[in-house]
Structure formats: C-alpha cells, structure tokens
Design a protein around this ligand. Sequence first.
Ligand SMILES: CC(C)(COP(=O)(O)OP(=O)(O)OC[C@H]1O[C@@H](n2cnc3c(N)ncnc32)[C@H](O)[C@@H]1OP(=O)(O)O)[C@@H](O)C(=O)NCCC(=O)NCCS
Length: 183
Amino acid sequence: MNLRKKIERRRFYKHLQKETSSFIDQLQNKPQGLVLRGHVDIDYPKVEVGDGCCFRLNDYFRGTKDGMISLGKKVWIGDNVTFNSACKISIGDDTMIASNSYIVDHDHCVDTDGLLISSPLICQPVTIGKNVWVGANSVILKGVFIGDGAVIGAGSVVVKDVPANAIVVGNPAHLLRYRKQND
Ligand SMILES: CC(C)(COP(=O)(O)OP(=O)(O)OC[C@H]1O[C@@H](n2cnc3c(N)ncnc32)[C@H](O)[C@@H]1OP(=O)(O)O)[C@@H](O)C(=O)NCCC(=O)NCCS
C-alpha cells in the first residue's frame, strides 16, 4: 500500500472512531464492541444498543421524545435503515435488518378533517424477535410482532404479526412457508 493510501485509511479510521464515540455519547447505555461503518444519526427518541452491534452507512433513529428504540446484542443493521419511534421499537439479539428498511411504530390519524401532518399519532409498539432476518427494502408497520427466527423477504410490507420461523413475502406480507431446520 502506498503512503497516500495509508494516510487516507488512517484518516478514515480516525473519523470512524470519532463518529462511534459521539454516537455512544447519545445512547442510553454504553455498549461494548460497537462497529460503525459510517454516520448514524439520532433525532429525538431514546436509543439503547446491546454489545457487539454493527451499523453500516446512514442509519437513522428518528421520531419523538416519547420514542424508545432498543436493540439487543449483535444486531446487524445495513445501509440507510430508518427506525421511526413515537412509543417503542425493540429488536432481539442476532437480528439482521438489511439496507433501506423502514420500521415505524405509529401512524397519523387519517380520519380527520384537519391537516394530516398535525393529526394525532396512533402508537403501537413494534417487536422484532431474536435471530430474525429482515430483507432489503422492507417496511414494518405499527403494532407488528415478529417471532424469533422469522425471515421477511426483500421488499415486504409487514402489517400483521409473523410467527416464529415463518418466511413471509410481499405487500402485504403473507406466509410463504416455515424454515426447514435440521435439529
Ligand atoms: C424470502 C427469501 C429468503 C425466500 O427465498 P427462497 O425460499 O429461496 O424462495 P424462492 O426464491 O424459492 O421463492 C419462492 C416463491 O416466493 C416468491 N418470493 C421469494 N422472495 C420474494 C420476495 N422477496 N417478495 C415476493 N415474492 C417472493 C418467489 O417469486 C416464488 O414464488 P412462486 O413460487 O410463485 O414462483 C428471498 O427470496 C429473499 O427475499 N431474500 C432477501 C434477500 C435480501 O434482502 N438480502 C439482503 C442482504 S442481507
């Protein structure tokens, strides 16, 4: 590796170290072994992150001051994933959320004559279990419970609960089959 590349790499790692410590400073807890591959933003909700989680580029924790987003241990988050919380979003240990997915625990009340943007929020917690794989570009809507070991196909819109070890696909997401497990 030439000198210029070495310097660039050193600068990149220094930048990541700075990003990681400013992210950890904003969290409710102090996780160990966090891996940050790029910028991650928090805008309003409380966020707690378990040990050994990995975030790729441009992940975003947003919502309201009443929001709470809780990630277990060794959760892997792809690029451009957004968590939008006005009450509670929980993710279990060893879960993967692939790039461009969007997880939201509220709606704007649509049955109103007024402006939708100022209509009250309807909040219901979202729970995603352990060892779940959420495929790329998926949307998980309010009130959904996803059981341990479930797989959400790429591009799914999940509007209702998903049983443990189920594979669901589509918009709205429906059962494709259950995972075959050897043990
Ligand atoms: C859900 C998934 C795991 C299923 O894989 P699989 O069991 O091999 O499924 P198959 O490819 O055999 O497809 C079975 C059926 O489901 C459909 N299907 C598969 N994935 C689908 C999806 N994401 N959305 C809609 N339909 C899907 C197929 O079209 C096929 O339908 P058919 O029987 O009518 O022909 C996979 O398709 C998927 O979406 N993977 C996510 C990839 C990803 O996001 N990677 C990010 C990197 S971490």
